[in-house]
Write a protein that binds this ligand. Structure first.
Ligand code: HEC
Ligand code: HEC
Ligand code: HEC
Length: 442
């Protein structure tokens, strides 16, 4: 997994922190005592588990999606080892099973809280590839319920690599400076101007689901830009789109039903399906939330200020109705311009996606109306064509195979531009060089 843009930010952030007076300023801001844990992450209608700490912990662990990062492909759940590549080396998510030697077995509550909410781990300060910048908002009761659940798992003896950070980045103190400038330790405080349902959604989206970690553009120091909250950015080579209520670039025009379907099942009828990193979020996390919690998330997202987003990370969405009537290539391109793209789509893609884009065997393969087929940079489209995607919801697996091995860079560009023209009525700008670059993010 590549977090290149993020990691450039760490370096810049540490440098900025070290060279500005902000450090001394923030260092003087003593942290106050912890506010009372006024909100519980466990939903009121949570099935039969009002008093069962481990069950509550499982619900919260899923809502916080610890498993996605702390499991390596083919490894036991939570046993760690997933690599996070930074330009100055690689770090690995750790083993969260209760093994005493290699996991969190025997950890005190204080040690666990320090790692998860303050970003201070066994070897010193953690890099923000671990989402402590969001988990800091967790209530103590919820964080410890998560620990109780993890401690109930079967211990797996799995030593994760120690990482290959080069000097001085193996000296984790650099992150201390970063934290002083960019990290604001806090517990979630309900917004009194909003109702209980919105606050519930806010807690789920921030302290637990850490949606902003992927959907919010970063400043040069890798901190989230609060004015662009959820305005969309690139993460792991995929575009995590604008999910504010902006009508043109965000999800303002999505119906409640579409939004609910997307979050709970990974598919918004007439819009899109969750692929790539978002497929993982739905598969490991959101599909397990209760209907009332999904509803709270929808209410929360609706209440986010609509913002346009920035630069090429912004994707203008054409309404699906317009696309459905545009089943031909744009006039300028029709005269043989992209016959290769059309041939490839006909042979390799139409079987699942169909020419009208509604999807054949499964509505998960519908393309019309999605951000992916409207993005002329092709950011996510290249990822899905090269690598494929899969999503398992309610025990049913949706698969898109990858074509990276079979296709040349020219082929990938041709079929991607064809999809943009056909389903988005847009002229794509994807060329072989862009495909070569996308291959490097793997
Ligand atoms: C976005 C990916 C991601 C998510 C989500 C995530 N982690 Fe982590 N976690 C990491 C990485 C990467 C590290 C190692 C960071 C480093 O070496 O600086 C880590 C480190 C840790 C550590 C420190 C272990 C040690 O020995 O120092 C603990 C504890 C931990 N995570 C617990 C959790 C829990 C609990 C959750 C869910 C509430 C969670 N993590 C969710 C990526 C993640
Ligand atoms: C690990 C990164 C990551 C996290 C965490 C994450 N998302 Fe996403 N999200 C993405 C990506 C990438 C996409 C684009 C998926 C695609 O191409 O199909 C996406 C797509 C979406 C979409 C559909 C947007 C569209 O126009 O198609 C919604 C809605 C959404 N996310 C909401 C959320 C919410 C709510 C949360 C928190 C509970 C969340 N996401 C957490 C990465 C993430
Ligand atoms: C076996 C069926 C199948 C084939 C063949 C297939 N796809 Fe897909 N495709 C899917 C499914 C299912 C999804 C939704 C995946 C998910 O939700 O994880 C998808 C998703 C997509 C997306 C949306 C990605 C996003 O970011 O949301 C694009 C674009 C796409 N496919 C293009 C193509 C192209 C181009 C080809 C041919 C080169 C192709 N597909 C071949 C089944 C298929």
């Amino acid at each position: 997994m590549t977090v290149f843009r993020k990691s450039v930010g760490y370096v810049a952030g540490i440098a900025i922190a070290a060279t500005t007076g902000l450090v001394s300023y923030r260092a003087l801001q003593a942290e106050g005592p912890e506010p009372p844990a006024v909100i519980s992450g466990v939903p009121r209608d949570f099935p039969d588990a009002a008093d069962d700490l481990v069950k509550r912990g499982q619900y919260l662990t899923r809502a916080a999606d610890c498993e996605a990062c702390h499991t390596v492909v083919g490894g036991a759940p939570f046993s760690g080892g997933r690599p996070f590549k930074l330009p100055f080396g690689t770090i690995y998510a750790t083993n969260l099973t209760p093994d005493r030697e290699t996991g969190i077995g025997g950890w005190s509550d204080a040690r666990f809280l320090r790692a998860v909410r303050d970003g201070i781990g066994t070897h010193g300060n953690l890099y923000p590839a671990m989402s402590y910048t969001s988990y800091t908002a967790l209530s103590t009761a919820d964080a410890l319920a998560i620990k109780a659940y993890l401690s109930s798992l079967k211990p797996v003896h799995a030593t994760v690599p120690t990482g290959t950070l080069s000097f001085p980045f193996n000296q984790r103190w650099g992150m201390k400076l970063w934290n002083l400038v960019f990290f604001h330790p806090h517990r979630y405080k309900p917004d009194p101007t909003r109702d209980a349902q919105w606050n519930r959604g806010a807690y789920l989206a921030t302290a637990l689901g850490h949606c902003g970690e992927c959907h919010t553009p970063r400043n040069i120091g890798f901190a989230m830009r609060s004015r662009e909250y959820l305005a969309g950015t690139v993460v792991e080579g995929w575009k995590a789109y604008n999910t504010t209520s902006n009508a043109t670039y965000g999800i303002g025009e999505w119906s409640d039903e579409q939004l609910t379907g997307y979050l709970a099942q990974g598919h918004a009828h007439g819009r899109s399906s969750a692929a790539g990193p978002m497929a993982e979020v739905v598969e490991h996390s959101l599909q397990y939330l209760t209907p009332s919690d999904i509803q709270a998330l929808v209410v929360y997202l609706r209440g986010i200020d609509p913002v346009r987003g920035v630069g090429s990370d912004r994707v203008e969405l054409k309404p699906a109705a317009v696309v459905a009537s545009t089943n031909l290539l744009p006039a300028g391109d029709a005269a043989g311009g992209n016959t290769r793209g059309r041939q490839l789509f006909e042979g390799d893609c139409a079987g699942c996606h169909q020419f009208n884009g509604v999807g054949r065997q499964s509505e998960y393969a519908s393309l019309a109306g999605s951000h992916a087929v409207n993005d002329t940079t092709g950011t996510s489209m290249l990822q899905v064509i090269l690598d494929g995607s899969s999503l398992t919801v309610n025990g049913r697996r949706q698969v898109m195979p990858g074509f990276g091995a079979a296709y040349s860079n020219e082929d990938v560009a041709a079929v991607a531009n064809y999809v943009l023209a056909h389903f988005g009525s847009k002229l794509g700008k994807i060329d072989a060089a862009a495909v070569a670059k996308a291959r490097q993010t793997h």
